[in-house]
Design a protein around this ligand. Structure first.
Ligand SMILES: [Fe+2]
Length: 322
């Protein structure tokens, strides 16, 4: 009898759970695309220019993970798009519109169901492929090098850093518990872990990383960072050095988080927010209920790594007037 193993299941489903399965896209605006193009290409993404828009792909992957539009204004988060299984869409769309139907964002493709989250950020739900992981992301070298021979390449032979996929985004929020409640009730995400009302991490019900969306307390909404999965611990350090060599000298890391367990390096982007190289983040299968807990912030931010830069949690997006 044929048995479908977890590794073969590309569309895992949690029993009796209605919710989105993936963060489909994050979209923000910047004053000018040229610095965006230079930054994300240096970071290792396949950044494709189309007029006033820059689309963020990972090398060799068909999915567009993010779009950046130029509008001459300071950087600003515009909307998040989530994807659901086709058989869930009607029920989800009803719930999304029931939370307060909104017009499609003018920078979007106009598809799907729209609402606004608890902070007023536009949210799109569409039918789309599951691009969040269905299984724990593997180390790039499987199996690891055997004993009896050197594992590290010469410095000159180190492969370029090529993130494999988007892992998550972290948004600023003036009210983290209110956002958490919205994403759980409307989109079906689940709380993984939190630190009081200061930070919260949410995973997808149908298998995902420990967080596909997270929120950090601030005076206003905003995009704090996007996080990109790499296939090797070396890529975190190599990426850090590569970005420094290209002039992107402000960063935080290399270190290891407690909540999510990933190894990280954050590099500051041209607008004062961050892009993260992430390796080996925790994974929540569709048949596991993550034991959500409230952790003391000082003991759960990172296990080891350099001191946190003073401007790491500075929100440079201005409070919204409308
Ligand atoms: Fe992160």
């Amino acid at each position: 009898m044929a048995t479908v193993t977890r590794a073969q299941a590309t569309t895992p489903r949690r029993t009796n759970a209605l919710g989105v399965h993936s963060l489909n896209r994050f979209v923000f605006t910047v004053p000018d695309l040229a610095p965006a193009e230079a930054f994300y290409r240096s970071f290792g993404l396949d950044a494709r220019r189309d007029g006033d828009r820059l689309d963020l792909y990972t090398q060799g992957h068909p999915h567009c993970w993010g779009s950046i539009h130029a509008n001459g204004q300071p950087k600003r988060l515009q909307y998040l798009s989530f994807a659901a299984y086709a058989e869930d869409f009607d029920a989800l769309a009803q719930r999304v519109r029931g939370a307060g139907a909104a017009d499609a964002h003018p920078l979007s493709d106009g598809r799907g169901a729209w609402t606004r989250d608890a902070d007023g950020t536009a949210i799109q739900v569409v039918v789309g492929p599951k691009v969040s992981p269905a299984v724990k992301s593997a180390h790039a070298q499987e199996p690891p090098p055997a004993a009896g021979k050197g594992a590290a390449p010469n410095r000159s032979a180190a492969a370029p850093v090529r993130p494999r996929r988007l892992s998550h985004v972290l948004l600023f929020s003036p009210d983290v518990p209110r956002q958490t409640e919205f994403y759980e009730r409307v989109l079906g995400l689940r709380l993984a872990d939190r630190s009081g009302d200061v930070i919260a991490f949410m995973y997808g019900p149908h298998a995902s990383d420990h967080h596909m969306v997270a929120f950090a307390k601030s005076e206003a909404p905003g995009l704090h960072h996007s996080s990109w999965d790499v296939g090797h611990f070396d890529d975190v350090g190599l990426g850090a050095e590569l970005m420094k060599a290209k002039g992107y000298v402000n960063g935080w890391g290399v270190g290891r988080h407690v909540l999510g367990s990933n190894y990280f390096y954050y590099v500051q982007d041209p607008w004062g927010s961050w892009a993260e190289y992430s390796y080996d983040i925790d994974f929540v299968p569709e048949d596991v209920e993550w034991p959500a807990a409230d952790h003391p912030a000082e003991d759960s931010f990172y296990i080891w790594g350099p001191s946190v830069p003073d401007d790491f949690v500075v929100n440079r997006e201005q409070p919204r007037t409308a």
